[in-house]
Design a protein around this ligand. Structure first.
Ligand SMILES: [Ca+2]
Ligand SMILES: [Ca+2]
Ligand SMILES: [Ca+2]
Ligand SMILES: [Ca+2]
Length: 399
């Protein structure tokens, strides 16, 4: 189905008509991630493109590392409004960040208070979709160390609703609306971390992250812990932990002192007690099946669990008149903890009953960390653009 085709491209911004006048605006979010503290301030840059010039948009926001911007006319007054999702505050990894809804008032944006959006969490993806089919776009937000969160839009007022039929705290990377069972209602495909990493999580023994300023240095540290035989152990070794928290070096003068110790013997009880505790009980990628407006999670088969699933593209790849959903992902760690989780070669979802692997379709995405998938139409031909995190992009002609 896919033909390799050489090209390269880069970019991480959105273009949309935000002021209702002619032309489109360009939004450039600051994608800081967990940058080094040597960066003093990160500034969001929102521009409108007018008369060949980039003009700053009327947006007053706190300094933050914007993860994503999702435009939609949620109040149906004819102009695009914005959801802004944030992932992490510099030096505060693990602290839930504020996300924001901005209403468009004749080209100026004002923040709207929505209960639950403040400290929503470590947001990785969000989608506007009319899940209750009342004509107003509702909002679904996913992130790490949190459940998918649903915000119902009642005639321009957002309020959180509980629509999940089980507990689904995950390391969610992606959400895409897709009627996977072709019954006419919208289901949601969810990319998660997968089941093939050093992480372990279950309902009985969720993966845990303790977040606190353990060493009183003004920055937060996080300690991830998983269960083995009924006990919780730190995931990282002494060197990695002591790299963040020097007091551990004094407490454990040899590796032998540290080896095999459960978490509650590495850290004093009062330190763990005062920490914020976040949990993950599911690492599987899968989909939320729509059951009359409530959602039941079903996981994908093991071929789709071998690495994080982080991007997707819905299109009619086989030109049969119905859309398929192409999934890709993989991950490369900045520290050697995970190494490369990159054995997922992509998959094309026709339905919950038929999923083809990328390798069988001419895609070669194994060992590639895919950051985005895009469809390009050019001269009556369709091309798949695959953006690669740490290498040149790839282009496939769809035949
Ligand atoms: Ca609007
Ligand atoms: Ca709606
Ligand atoms: Ca459906
Ligand atoms: Ca199709």
């Amino acid at each position: 189905m896919f033909d390799d085709f050489p090209a390269s491209i880069d970019g991480s911004w959105i273009i949309a008509d935000l002021d209702g006048e002619t032309g489109q605006e360009l939004l450039i979010p600051t994608m800081g991630g967990d940058m080094a503290s040597s960066l003093t301030e990160l500034e969001n840059r929102y521009y409108t493109y007018k008369d060949g010039q980039l003009v700053p948009l009327g947006l007053e926001l706190p300094q933050e590392n914007t993860q994503l911007i999702r435009p939609a006319d949620y109040d149906r007054d004819g102009d695009l409004d914005l959801f802004i999702g944030n992932y992490v505050v510099t030096n505060q990894f693990g602290k839930p960040t504020d996300s924001r809804l901005l209403i468009n008032q004749e080209g100026k944006f004002q923040q709207v208070e929505v209960p639950g959006l403040a400290q929503l969490g470590m947001i990785t993806d969000a989608v506007w979709d009319d899940f209750d089919q009342d004509g107003y776009q509702d909002l679904i937000v996913v992130g790490e160390w949190m459940e998918p969160r649903f915000f119902k839009n009642t005639e321009g007022q957002l309020a959180e609703v509980e629509l999940l039929q089980q507990r689904l705290s995950g390391l969610w990377q992606m959400i895409i609306p897709f009627d996977i069972d072709a019954d006419g209602d919208t289901d949601y495909v969810l990319g998660n971390w997968g089941e093939n990493s050093k992480f372990r999580a279950s309902n009985e023994y969720p993966m845990r992250m303790y977040v606190s300023d353990f060493d009183d240095n003004g920055a937060l540290e996080s300690v991830v812990s998983t269960e083995v035989d009924g006990y919780y152990y730190p995931l990282l070794g002494l060197d990695e932990l002591a790299g963040q928290m020097v007091f551990l070096r004094k407490k454990f003068t040899s590796y032998a002192d540290f080896a095999g110790l459960p978490l509650d013997q590495v850290f004093d009880d009062d330190l763990l007690q005062k920490a914020s505790l976040l949990e993950v009980n599911i690492l599987s990628s899968g989909f939320l099946r729509n059951n009359d407006g409530e959602f039941n999670f079903e996981k994908f088969n093991e071929n789709l669990q071998i690495a994080p699933v982080r991007s997707g593209l819905k299109a009619d790849f086989d030109k049969d008149g119905a859309p398929e959903l192409l999934l890709a992902g993989n991950f490369v760690d900045l520290i050697p903890f995970h190494g490369r989780l990159d054995s997922f070669g992509g998959a094309l979802i026709h339905s919950d009953k038929q999923i083809d692997l990328g390798a069988d379709l001419g895609l070669n995405l194994t060992n590639q960390v895919v950051s985005d998938l895009e469809l390009i139409e050019l001269n009556q031909e369709s091309y798949l653009l695959v953006l690669i995190y740490d290498g040149p992009a790839r282009v496939y002609r769809i035949k």
